[in-house]
Design a protein around this ligand. Sequence first.
Ligand SMILES: Nc1ncnc2c1ncn2[C@@H]1O[C@H](COP(=O)(O)OP(=O)(O)O)[C@@H](O)[C@H]1O
Ligand SMILES: [Mg+2]
Length: 308
Amino acid sequence: MNTLNHFETPQLELLHRGKVRDSFRAPSGERLIVVTDRLSAFDSVLETPVAHKGAVLNGLAAFWFDKTRHIIPNHVISLPDPNVTLAQEAEPIRVEMVVRHYLTGSMWRGYQQGQRSFSGVAVPDGLTKHQQFPEPIVTPTTKEESDREITPENLVAEGWVTAELYEQMRVKALELFNFASQWMAERGIILVDTKYEFGLRNGELLLIDEIHTPDSSRFWSADDYARNPEAAEQMDKEYVRQWLIAHKQDGQYPRALTPEVSAEATRRYLDIYERITGAPLPVASSTNDDMQARMVRNLVRAGIIQDA
Ligand SMILES: Nc1ncnc2c1ncn2[C@@H]1O[C@H](COP(=O)(O)OP(=O)(O)O)[C@@H](O)[C@H]1O
Ligand SMILES: [Mg+2]
């Protein structure tokens, strides 16, 4: 099956190659975000791309940007290709607005070691793994070499954001989170936690980057959680992680997946897409497409690059 491991065209300036996405400068000055099929686990990118993962992530982000327009404007201009978003360039605010509804991940690890305050949010003793908080909480981090938990007061004191802007971001982040939580809950999925990024455009607050994707969020199956909360696992990636753990050799995780494991990962991403949006991923049926060629064709059609 054809996959997209990385995208290249001499016509576009590469701005940033991330773990999963490649960002380019469009001639119009806008930002072109290419979501590849790369999968990152345990902090490294696997050699085996996962078919359709990029289109699932790009499609889910687009779905949510569209659904949440009434809450906040966002950077999306168009989707010239299933794996590509053309976005307005914003002046990014170097803060990750992390919203959490359950005690898990790095927060659970800190909690086990006795930490009781997270980015200024105090939590009581006696909580158990994966316990739900009475309300979602916001635990911001800075966006720098290695992200740092920080209180809202210090974000302002250190000059990352003004107090007024932080308050707007906090209110919007919670509104977005509650809206998506409810939508997903009706479809059997728990939105465990996620992070939002904001930017400024002509002085206006804009939602940027990606939202409510499996790469920026944790999803649990509500059934799994009801059966045994502490055993709930990420619906998308946990399966791959467990396989990597089971096949560790000489202290090293495998760098590639078998075709079977990669196919199962694809199945899980497609399932999440369909459960959330209510329709199968449109591009999933075209398995023999040469993706690089298709993208070039679509970018030419959209007037973003010239026919070579
Ligand atoms: N509309 C936008 N305007 C400006 N910057 C953006 C916009 N959307 C996303 N970004 C930035 O682009 C970068 C994308 O990086 P990403 O693909 O997530 O790679 P990484 O693996 O390094 O996190 C982030 O720093 C994000 O803040
Ligand atoms: Mg990122």
